[in-house]
Design a binder for this molecule. Sequence first.
Ligand SMILES: O=P(O)(O)OC[C@H]1O[C@](O)(CO)[C@@H](O)[C@@H]1O
Length: 189
Amino acid sequence: MPEFATPPISPFAIQFDAEAATLTPEGPTLTRRMSALDGLFKDHDAWQQAVADGDPVVYSVQSTPVPEVDRELPQSITSIEAGTTAGEFWMTKGHQHPNHQGEIYLALHGTGGLLMFDGTETQWIDMVPGTIGYIPPGWAHRSVNVGADPYKFLAVYPGGAGHDYGWVLEHGMGKRAYAVTDGFELREF
Ligand SMILES: O=P(O)(O)OC[C@H]1O[C@](O)(CO)[C@@H](O)[C@@H]1O
């Protein structure tokens, strides 16, 4: 075994069911309720009201057993519920990779968007089933459900990439996705 290998992970098969949006075997599942998105929606009062009104699940992330450690390549499927808070579509927290590493997302179900911000420029990729969104190193990223059904996507990312949430709280994401008749509109802060 080469010295850079990271025991105890051995080669194994992962069953990817694109229709059901599942990965087997399952690892940890992360569930984020509205209360976990403090400071992220533009309308703080509306966010607070949504927390008080039952603190709904906004999204969940189902991983395989591949650990988030350097040199491993974890995968997960995220499912974002459909909804808006004061007109702003529900979304992931969004994060920057502290070590500036790339990532890919493959859209599976629903209608979403991949919002990216490098501190200056904002980019948006429409995500429909079959779209692979590439996140280059140095771009903070957030996924948004801009449809009426759950938006689901597969993520594959370097295990050592990390999640810097403070960067997004400090710098924002450049734009926000709001519901308008027949779709969405991106607005500046
Ligand atoms: O870390 P956040 O911003 O809550 O969003 C979760 C997303 O991050 C990842 O864990 C990795 O980028 C994805 O699997 C998932 O969609």
